[in-house]
Every structure is written in C-alpha cells, then in structure tokens.
Design a protein around this ligand. Structure first.
Ligand code: ADP
Ligand code: MG
Ligand code: MG
Length: 199
C-alpha cells in the first residue's frame, strides 16, 4: 500500500529531477516554444516541496491536491494549470484514504489524465505532455518501472510529430523534428513515481 510518505517522496524526487533537468527542459522549449518550461516547472516544484514541508498533509489525496494547487498558482505557463489539474484531479480521486493501492493510484491517474485532456483539448498524437502521460497510465497496471519506460518512449516519439496544441502549434510544420518539452517533463514525473517506489 502507498501512504502519504510515498506521495511526498514522489513530489520530492520529481522536484529534484526537475531541478537537475531544468536547463534541458528550457532548451527543448526554445525552438518550438518560449524557452521557459524548465524555469516554469522549477518554480512550481520548489513551491510544491516548500508547501508539503509546511503543511505536511497526512493522506495521499491531500499531498496531491496541495501539490496541484501550488503548481496552478505558481507556474505562469500553460503547463501549470495542466499539471496542477493532473495532480488535483488525481488527488481528488484518491479521496481521504490514509493508504491506497497501486491499482487505485492507476485508476486515479487515469481520471487525472482525462481531466488534462478535457482542460487542454489535446489528444494523443498532438505532441504534448499527453503523449507521455497516456502510455504511462496504460502501462501502470504492470509496474511503475514499465510506466516510466512507456512515458520516456512516448516523449521521444513526439519528435516527428507536428504540434496541434500549445505554443508549438503556431509553428505548424516547423514544429516537426523537436521533442516536446512537456512530454519530456511528464516522463520525469512518471520516473519520479518509479524512483519513489524504489523501482
Ligand atoms: P507555455 O507554452 O505557456 O510557455 P510551458 O512552456 O511551461 O508553457 O509548457 C509547454 C508544454 O505544455 C508543451 O510542451 C506541451 O507539452 C504542454 N501543453 C501546452 N498546451 C497544451 C494542451 N493544450 N494540452 C496538453 N499539453 C499542453
Ligand atoms: Mg514555454
Ligand atoms: Mg511561457
């Protein structure tokens, strides 16, 4: 079973990898965006870890809803409301249970990803974070490590796609040939899950 500590660890290790990879995320956002994805998420996850230390929610749902709120309020870009919605909706689906199973988490994340698609209007293949998140959620039934691989492959597979949502879509065909920054950060989030689980 997964308790609040596990979810706090997930957010903390993700914050650390966002910190390590911020420059790369911003570099990916440079040719097909406005070169702020790394700094946006760095600001957001710094606020997430600070808020979790201060408030220390005692349930998985509490950890994720607090984290999602922080992302919505501190990340200026498109990714803030989208990631914020992902975590808030997932947290809401987990309710106020003190511990949840991996199956419950997979189901809750599915609801979270669905909410991101509703909010942003992106579908798989539109060259967004959805291209990493959907395969990850599909693979979560197996293990966190399988989901991490699926997310990483999904992120890499955005390279040949033409963007149909977000800033990159303004470039039309010129968005082809670049890996999507949001799909790349989504793979970091999923990798954080595997790392928190020790996989
Ligand atoms: P901004 O584009 O406002 O500067 P960021 O650079 O932080 O925001 O995030 C850009 C990422 O957000 C993109 O790489 C993409 O993955 C994701 N994104 C943008 N618009 C959407 C959308 N409508 N649905 C899903 N993801 C999106
Ligand atoms: Mg940007
Ligand atoms: Mg921006």
């Amino acid at each position: 079973m997964l308790d609040a500590d596990f979810f706090r660890r997930w957010m903390t290790v993700t914050a650390a990898s966002v910190d390590r990879e911020a420059e790369r995320l911003t570099a990916l956002d440079s040719p097909i965006g406005d070169a702020d994805h790394g700094s946006n998420l760095h600001r957001g996850f710094t606020a997430v870890t600070a808020a979790l230390e201060k408030e220390a929610p005692g349930t998985p749902g509490g950890v994720l809803t607090l984290a999602g709120r922080q992302l919505i309020s501190t990340v200026g870009g498109a990714s803030g409301p989208l990631y914020g919605t992902l975590l808030r909706r997932t947290g809401k689906a987990l309710g106020d249970a003190a511990e949840v199973s991996a199956e419950q988490l997979a189901e809750a994340l599915r609801a979270g990803v669905d909410a991101v698609m509703t909010l942003g209007g992106a579908a798989p293949g539109d060259k967004t974070m959805i291209d990493a998140l959907v395969p990850a959620v599909d693979a979560l039934g197996d293990s966190f490590a399988t989901a991490r691989t699926a997310a990483e492959e999904g992120a890499v597979a955005t390279t040949p796609l033409q963007a149909r949502k977000g800033r990159a879509s303004y470039l039309g065909e010129r968005s082809i040939g670049h890996q999507d920054p949001g799909a790349t950060s989504a793979a970091l989030l999923v990798a954080g899950l595997a790392e928190a689980a020790g996989e």
